[in-house]
Design a protein around this ligand. Structure first.
Ligand code: NDP
Length: 449
């Protein structure tokens, strides 16, 4: 006898908890999706029959490897490398590489799992994967970063190519690291295979707007949510966390649309700048000098630095968590609500804890989950792959217009799914169900593999 949707979901959750008991981040990401799926399984009992959920929670392949390298003192260092190829039903595995001391298999699996549904939402025909290492680039010389990247790629190159798996950047992996990784791939394979990595330099296959895409996309998504209620970003204050790739370009787009981004942060604390963050200065400190956020307050009159504080204590109508997972907890959510927040759009992956999401939803504010709101990055990576395959190059305006259109479509797909499954405006439900149905249908059509 077939289980009811509720019982089936509980069975799958227990299966995962048993197998992955030491992977809390992965289980958190999995629960967020499973908890949305009852109405879908009621409508599609064939998904239960075909064991779609049991297959979805198990990556197609998980690769772990040793990354030995020599530091500037000629001392041997050893890190651990990961690539989790989660699901390729829609296309080659696609997802970034994260270099951060907190990286472990659980973190990479949560990111890979999210990526499957996010990539489905973009409709760009890409599967989901993620990788990285517990290597921490902070404080390392360029030469050390290069030697690490070369060693990392010396193992990873066996598992990737433009039709199989296409990595990109994430925390700790930007243009510099992608350059070193690509150089080593080219050397090992003897091929200039542009489509094997995205986020490349613009002179050798990189796409316009890829750098800006995740941050810009999150703001475009927020703009679409506001449009539905007849509102706009113009004139509104925004709190943004982080000061990396996603945060900087979220701030840039907020400012271009007439909003006022008043904060930026890193793991040492946050700055408040009531006049609006000076984006050029922030880029100089973070992208060029690779400095700390406290440097910003020292160089900008009127701005102040709060060591180790919570950026969510700063009142604003818009909030964009753009740093890392679980950075916005229930306490932070209460502080944001007290400060009059109207909309929270996740630039980072899973930055909001489940308790904080519940609080936002109960309070009736607009909440955009990362798998929808930050999908502009991977969507533009897919556009980079198209341009590489066609040996073509689009200009900035055309690329940005494509990004904006994709974010509108992702928003609309989430909204329509939220209506269809009974809670209009619940973007968590909408993103999870719309992404899931696309992947599940492809998996059924391709048989039990
Ligand atoms: P960056 O490395 O460019 O920046 C990360 C920022 O977050 C830095 O300011 C960093 O500060 C801060 N941060 C990282 N970890 C912590 C922590 N534990 N506590 C406090 N602050 C922290 O990364 P990205 O901007 O690329 O990525 C940010 C988020 O967006 C991640 O969740 C990533 O997965 C997600 N994302 C990124 C995409 C992209 O295209 N880059 C695409 C989709 C999602 P510090 O320097 O002190 O560590």
């Amino acid at each position: 006898m077939q289980l009811t949707p509720q019982a089936h979901i509980q069975y799958v959750a227990e299966l995962a908890a048993k197998r992955s008991y030491n992977e809390p981040e992965f289980l958190q990401a999995m629960h967020e999706v499973l908890d949305s799926l009852v109405p879908v399984l009621v409508e599609h009992p064939e998904f239960i029959e075909a064991g779609v959920l049991e297959r979805l929670i198990e990556p197609e392949r998980q690769i772990m490897f040793r990354v030995p390298w020599l530091d500037d003192q000629n001392k041997v260092q050893v890190n651990r490398g990961f690539r989790v190829q989660f699901n390729s039903a829609l296309g080659p595995f696609k997802g970034g590489l994260r270099f951060h001391s907190s990286v472990n298999l659980s973190v990479i699996k949560f990111l890979g799992f999210e990526q499957v549904f996010k990539n489905a939402l973009t409709r760009q025909r890409i599967g989901g994967g993620k990788g990285g290492s517990d290597f921490d680039p902070h404080g390392k010389s360029d030469e050390e970063v290069m030697r690490f990247c070369q060693s990392f790629m010396t193992e990873l190159y066996r598992y990737i190519d433009e039709h199989t798996d296409v990595p990109a950047g994430d925390i700790g992996v930007g243009a510099r690291e992608i350059g070193y990784l690509f150089g080593q791939y080219r050397r090992l394979t003897g091929r200039h295979e542009s489509g094997v990595l995205t986020g490349k330099g613009k002179g050798w296959g990189g796409a316009e707007v890829r750098t800006e895409a995740t941050g810009y996309g999150a703001v475009f998504f927020a703009q679409e949510m506001l449009k539905r209620t007849g509102e706009d970003i113009e004139g509104r204050r925004a709190v943004v966390s982080g000061s990396g790739n996603v945060a900087i370009y979220a701030m840039e787009k907020i400012a271009q649309l007439g909003g006022i981004p008043v904060t930026a942060s890193d793991s040492s604390g946050y700055v408040v700048d009531e006049r609006g963050i000076d984006i050029a200065l922030l880029k100089q400190i973070k992208e060029v000098e690779r400095g700390r956020i406290a440097d910003y307050a020292e160089r900008r009159q009127g701005a102040h630095f709060v060591a180790n504080g919570s950026v969510w204590d700063v009142p604003a109508e818009l909030a964009f968590p753009c740093a890392t997972q679980n950075e916005l907890d229930e306490r932070g959510a209460r502080a944001l609500l007290d400060g009059g927040v109207r909309i929270v759009a996740e630039g980072a992956n899973m930055p909001t804890t489940p308790e904080a999401i519940t609080l936002f939803q109960k309070s009736g504010i607009l909440f955009a989950p990362g798998k929808a709101a930050n999908s502009g990055g991977v969507a533009t990576s897919a556009l980079e792959m198209s341009q590489n395959a066609a040996r073509d190059r689009w200009d900035f305006d055309h690329s940005e217009a494509r990004l904006q259109a994709i974010m509108r479509d992702v928003h609309d797909a989430c909204y329509v799914a939220s209506e269809r499954y009974g809670r209009p405006g619940d973007y968590v439900l909408g993103a999870n169900t719309a992404g899931f149905v696309t992947v599940a249908q492809a998996m059924i059509e391709q048989g039990v593999v």
